[in-house]
Design a protein around this ligand. Sequence first.
Ligand code: ADP
Ligand code: MG
Length: 685
Amino acid sequence: MKSNLLEQEVRYLKGVGPKKAMLFQKMGITHVGDLLAFFPHRHEDRANFKTIESVSPGEFVTLQGQVVKARIRPLRSMSLFEVIISDGTSSIAAVWFNQPFLKKIFKEGQHVVLSGVVEYYRGLQIKTPEYEFIEDDEDETIHTGRIVPIYPLKEGLRQKNIRSIMFALVAEVRGCLQEYMPDVIMEKYDFIDVDTALQNIHFPESLGLLEHAKRRIVYEEFLCFQLGIAKRFKDNQKATNVFKVANVAEGVRSLCASLPFELTGDQEKVIGEIVEDLNAESPMNRLLQGDVGSGKTLVACTAMRCVIAAGYQVAFLIPTEILVDQHCATLQQFLEPFNIRIGALTGSTGKKDRKSIIERMQQGELDIVIGTHALLEEDVTFKNLGLVVIDEQHKFGVKQRANLLNNEHRPHLLVMTATPIPRTLGLTVYGDLKISVIREMPKGRKPIRTYWVGRLKEKDMFDFLKKRIVQGEQIYFLFPLVEETEKLDLKAATKEYDRLRQTVFKGMSVGLIHGRLKRDEKEDIMRRFKHGEIKILVATTVIEVGIDNPNATCMVIEHAERFGLSQLHQLRGRVGRGAQESYCFLVGDPKTDDGRQRLTVMTKTTDGFVIAEEDLKLRGPGDFLGTRQSGVPLFFLANIMTDQKILEAARRDAFYLLEHFPDSDLRSKMLFNRENSLELSDINN
Ligand code: ADP
Ligand code: MG
């Protein structure tokens, strides 16, 4: 009975109907099991309301009372809607700005529950509280007089709707769920059973039981995820390394000897780690983290050189076409002394060329193939693929990564990212990879000086930039281009380009590059910028990753407040690549605290790891990780920032369970299984 119920479709439940079923579907909820695992994001204790006389400013409270007054108050350019409620001990105001329609909703005499933060403004008030009216029918025992769940709802669904549906459902399931968590785990953490946990996460009998339920579910969400990762990790280890590389030391030495500079200590350390992997029993599975400009490509080249010398091929996957040529040139530069044959494959490679490149790959006539997503197509195969390198890992999904590795013999894998990932997040997302880190920058790099420029200071900035150009240096001008407002953004960037060309930088060569240009137009502009023919490059974020021009010393980021922290950091990494002093100007007037905080952080540090931590704090893990395709968050209750200890425990347990109960298939039995959570593909930046 139990399993049947969980697999029933939500749209057949009482009180749901087609319209609500659609809304549920948008939240990734199609079956009863999904709905039961849709948890409240908070609860309100409506059995013991706080009295209005006892509240103080700064507190988050839930109050109840009678509406004694409801009115609109015109206020300069805004309108203010104010409700006074009284609970017999005292009264308090609730206010909303620019929502005059509320006048139709609130009526004097109604009984209402309000939740929000108390503040002091000429008296105690709550700004923009959540509200719910209490009616005097029998259903009300669900909505008040108890600890009540508040669900994270989308437009169109109401707390009362979902609460009533959930109440009936939870009652139906009561006593039917069998415990699936192994005894060792139940005892180790003293968990309550799954049935009790489910009842109490939705409609808690007491605050104590609510805490117990949360503790178990947070753990379970992590465990489920980590079981998936542990399984991948094990599968990787089961594979045999048939691409062992004899004579690595020689391969590394000869490459380094040909370089015009010395390796940094971190580069050497990481190369050592890779070399060890190349000759281990199972194939390499490594993530290389390092800030922009830290020299990851060279490290990858070393691995490539060793693998190719042993007679195998390399696939180098990169996210955008515009980088293909640049990477080709870089590889050629490093690998030139070794007669290595490099080919490129992208979406715009012509049919005939494509055919011939694939043929040469299959004949083993190419040693390295660099390519974009085009490398992932089914008919693209190698003769003897020994190493897959992926640059900017977060631009590709886990599945895509698997595509290339899915050979008879599993090749080595090296993925690289310039978005440093805080440790906890690394455990979560990249838990199946070993991690190497480059923190040290090549010698002689000067930190980029970063300034936040208000509109009023623009002229000073332009004067400064002109001087730089006269000295022979080059400049990036970056404009945001956001998908939703793409057309407008492009227009703004083009307009600004005209202004810069015709007034500010009159007589100097200014170029414009954006995603709508044809490939050869883009290439032409990039080439001319790299060769110094174009002094000032106006760009949308198409240049975000990887462009390398050491002579570009200044970057101006317009509307800087519209970019995320990690993205600003990535963009800034385009300068500071040479020996000269470099500058980054963030132009913008952020309207929010977050925006101001982001720009301030940028002016204070150039350390990518510090920035990533700040970003995670500002955006929260949900945003940082992005959400899955379905729009369902990766974890409902678990928070990778605040629940780190539990995450680490779950990770250890996952490996333990897989080892000792290899056939238990625990993951598929879990009620709080976030199906597909391993498909998570992108870390936003
Ligand atoms: P990343 O891919 O990590 O952003 P790159 O590999 O593009 O960085 O390296 C940035 C620049 O630094 C390149 O021009 C590269 O040739 C140079 N470089 C790499 N390693 C060193 C080093 N040890 N000393 C000096 N320059 C280096
Ligand atoms: Mg790079």
